[in-house]
Design a protein around this ligand. Structure first.
Ligand SMILES: [Fe+2]
Ligand SMILES: [Fe+2]
Length: 231
């Protein structure tokens, strides 16, 4: 399993995995970083190298879990990062998917009803997804910030249900993808459809990685803090 280290050049990291581009952007890093290493760039930008590596490696590698460093990260820093990701989904990914689906429906000459069915399932998925994000933004994150700021246990509420939510949101997405692959009638523009499917499945992959940061970094950290609030 490949794990990136602080002495790796960022250009190498990108060549290894282009899907990390939006991830590094969320740290305020843009292209043009010459041959600088991760450590050099993080120091220049005032980013914690350990935190940067934990996020990038969690995205890059499903088996990666920063058990040792876990409690050295700031939950507030993680929340800031997660919120940027949510914003990226809302401002970039969803409008792109909406637009592709509209074009896909318009491309069908005689079977528009068939694609409208896809739209119904897609919209159901998006509304479930939005509910999930709102739950995190309006309940989970404020709850965590509250514990950190007050340093007090809040027993009436627990964020441990997050993991189940993630798998159900993910399953609905797979249903939409399967509906298209298995049952779409052959009256559509294949280039638009392929682009829609690829964007949708990349989004699913990105979401899986995002959820892993929430489940594997934020959650265990919060359970620890909830158990020892005065720590
Ligand atoms: Fe999230
Ligand atoms: Fe989530």
């Amino acid at each position: 399993m490949e794990i990136f280290k602080e002495k790796d050049k960022l250009v190498y990291v990108i060549h290894r995995n282009y899907h990390l581009l939006p991830v590094i952007n969320r740290f305020g890093i843009k292209l043009g970083f010459k041959d600088k290493t991760i450590e050099e760039i993080c120091n220049e930008k005032g980013i914690s190298v350990g935190f940067f590596l934990a996020i990038v490696n969690t995205y890059h590698n499903e088996e990666y879990f920063p058990r040792e460093e876990l409690l050295s990260f700031s939950p507030l820093e993680i929340i800031k990062y997660l919120r940027k990701t949510h914003k990226y989904y809302f401002e970039h990914t969803l409008p792109k998917l909406d637009d592709l689906l509209k074009r896909l429906i318009a491309s069908s000459k005689n079977n528009i009803k068939n694609l409208q069915m896809v739209e119904v399932f897609y919209k159901k998925y998006i509304s479930e997804f939005k509910q999930h994000i709102n739950y995190e933004e309006e309940q989970v994150f404020p709850h965590i910030i509250n514990i950190i700021e007050s340093r007090q246990r809040q027993p009436e509420y627990s964020i441990r249900s997050l993991e189940n939510e993630h798998s159900s949101v993910y399953e609905t997405l797979i249903d939409v993808i399967n509906l298209i692959i298995k049952y779409i009638l052959p009256d559509y523009d294949e280039n638009i459809c392929n682009e829609f499917l690829t964007t949708l499945s990349l989004f699913g992959k990105d979401l899986e990685n995002h959820a892993r940061i929430e489940d594997n970094i934020l959650l265990p950290m919060m359970i620890e803090i909830e158990n020892n609030p005065e720590r």
